[in-house]
Design a protein around this ligand. Structure first.
Ligand SMILES: Cc1ncc(C[n+]2csc(CCOP(=O)(O)OP(=O)(O)O)c2C)c(N)n1
Length: 573
């Protein structure tokens, strides 16, 4: 030991490392294995710990925080059940490339493998759903492990990293020094795209008659939305977004075709089907986007720009991969291309599809439709809100009808499709941003999966608007049952079992309202948006049997797209 260096405990080192990483918020829940960390935390003043009511809530909150702030979300939970409760959030973050660092307490090193009280092999459990994970075996490795964890989570294609810390490591002592840099053998994300590939891509784009930009969440993560906008406009290329890409291009821009895929717009999907050059940026050809892969953009020369080399040719074979950071590659491409004239024939085709089958819904006088509620939220917030959706029909209506203007404004569970995501993720989002409204929108099913977190929002007086689109069914499953499963509504009907949501909200400390009347929607929204010092809940009782259209049935092609319901009266039930 050198003279000038003090010995620190694992707990001291843990917080010193978080200070070095400039962590400001940590979402967590204490327990036996982490009690010494919490003892230390009691006196820590440089970060805020947010106690959620469930570790799944903590993990989704950290995801919401990460997606809106662009920083890593940080979670601290105890061993065993505390750790296993984070699994869904970790898997979700892995699928949606969200940077998370999850710290789990572990039983003392000498008890590992002994079925000790509250022992779970969380490193083994999360191996397939983390970008990387660590079990800290020596207190001397703690600082460097934390440094690596933050680096891996936030660099390249972001993702969750788990650090499992046995109880004895937290009390052990060693000299502390925070490493200045990270060197990990075999891990060096490529940032700059290959110059020749970029030249080839520029040539193809220049010569394209029917180019199309298919843009995913990677553009938002790479902070490349500005470059995308400039690139699309200069080259007159239409843009379609994946669910996670929404916000990367303005929802009101005439060049925007909306979302593509299973519940994408007719015109976006037709454009995919007819384009001659498809430029995929930060998107992974997910099956909800492609449907049947051999018919997806079958006529097109496919360029794939992605930071993750393993995403190339994974689902769809492409003609020209460019691996690297989307911001750097779009900038290089912009330098290669001068302004491209508008391909009028191509725009005529697109406008024709827009006219043939616009995104619209009928508005009967006597029945509140979910699309209308989303429309009004979009209108009232002018596309400036942070919308945190849950999973189901309402999620698709948000993607279709909310006009996002900014990146990092749409937070949704895309890859894993986790019901119960919205309420906690919106709480995390509200910790990341103060000057724009944060709106959680859930179905009545998903709301019940993490509604305990209303307590967290109430305690912290977070001005989150919790909206429930209550159709009294597990709507998306009901939709599939109606269309493809002989109308056997097996366990999707919640009409006799849903709680009174306003009573639930009030009991958990949140001022709550409910309506089923079209003409009350605006007033209630105004009321909610005027409240800025506490959360508010509104239940919108909407049509019970509405369906999301257009729909490309799972595994189908664009030619299988269903655009309308044959019997529109059904939703009156
Ligand atoms: C944790 C979890 N369990 C089950 C599902 C399957 N699932 C997908 S959508 C859906 C129905 C959602 O119903 P609701 O929350 O009421 O929203 P709606 O579809 O009616 O808008 C279900 C059960 C899921 N996505 N996540």
């Amino acid at each position: 030991m050198t003279k000038d260096k003090k010995l620190l405990t694992g707990a001291d080192i843990f917080f010193e490392a978080l200070r070095e990483e400039k962590v400001e918020k940590i979402f967590g829940y204490p327990g036996g294995a982490t009690i010494k960390l919490y003892e230390k935390l009691y006196d820590v003043d440089f970060l805020e710990h947010i106690l959620t009511r469930h570790e799944q809530g903590a993990t989704h909150a950290a995801q919401g925080y990460a997606r809106v702030s662009g920083k890593a979300g940080v979670v601290l939970v105890t061993s065993g059940p505390g750790a296993t409760n984070t699994v869904t959030g970790i898997a979700d973050a892995y699928m949606d490339s969200t940077p998370l660092v999850v710290f789990t307490g572990q039983v003392p090193s000498h008890l590992i493998g002994n079925d000790a009280f509250q022992e779970a092999d969380i490193v083994g459990i999360t191996r397939p759903i983390t970008k990387h994970n660590f079990l800290v075996r020596d207190v001397k490795e703690l600082a460097s492990t934390i440094k690596k964890a933050f680096y891996i989570a936030t660099s390249g294609r972001p993702g969750p990293v788990l650090v499992d810390i046995p109880k004895d490591i937290i009390v052990a002592e060693c000299e502390y020094e925070y490493p200045e840099e990270v060197i990990i053998r075999g891990y060096k994300p490529t940032l700059k795209g290959h110059a020749n590939q970029i030249k080839k891509a520029a040539k193809m784009i220049k010569n394209a008659k029917r180019p199309l930009l298919y843009v995913g969440g990677g553009v938002i993560m790479a902070e490349a939305s500005e470059e995308l906008r400039e690139f699309a406009r200069k080259n007159n290329i239409p843009v379609t977004n994946t669910l996670l890409g929404l916000g990367s291009f303005p929802g009101t821009d005439p060049q925007f075709l909306g979302m593509l895929g299973m519940h994408g717009t007719y015109y976006a999907n037709m454009a995919v089907n007819h384009c001659d050059v498809l430029i995929a940026v930060g998107a992974r050809f997910d099956d909800r986007v492609t449907g049947k892969t051999d018919t997806f953009a079958a006529e097109a020369y496919k360029i794939h720009i992605d930071i993750d080399p393993t995403a190339i040719d994974k689902n769809v074979l492409v003609d020209l991969p460019i691996v690297g950071n989307a911001k750097a590659i779009l900038t290089d491409l912009l330098n290669e291309l001068s302004d491209k004239p508008r391909e009028d024939e191509w725009w005529k085709m697109i406008d024709g599809w827009r006219e043939d089958c616009p995104l619209e819904y009928e508005r009967p006088d006597n029945i509140l439709r979910p699309q209308y509620v989303i429309d009004r939220i979009s209108e009232k917030t002018k596309g400036e809100a942070i919308i945190v959706s849950d999973v189901g029909q309402h999620q698709m209506w948000i993607a279709q009808y909310y006009k996002f203007n900014h990146p990092r404004s749409h937070v949704s569970s895309g890859g894993l499709g986790t019901m119960g995501f919205s309420v906690p993720a919106a709480i995390g989002a509200a910790f990341a941003i103060k000057d724009r409204p944060v709106i959680s929108i859930s179905g009545d099913g998903g709301f019940q999966m993490n509604m305990q977190e209303l307590v967290t929002a109430a305690y912290h007086k977070l001005p989150v608007k919790f909206f429930i689109i209550n159709n009294s069914f597990l709507g998306m499953v009901r939709q599939w049952q109606e269309l493809f499963h002989d109308e056997k509504y097996s366990f999707t009907d919640l009409r006799d079992s849903n709680p009174d949501f306003t009573k639930v909200g009030e009991a958990l400390g949140v001022e709550s309202y409910s309506t089923e009347k079209i003409d009350e929607v605006d007033d209630l929204l105004d009321k909610a948006f005027a409240i800025n010092d506490r959360p508010v809940l509104i239940e919108f009782k909407v049509a019970k049997e509405d369906l999301v259209f257009p729909m490309v049935p799972s595994g189908g092609s664009i030619s299988d797209m269903i655009v309308k319901r044959l019997n529109p009266k059904r939703m009156l039930l």
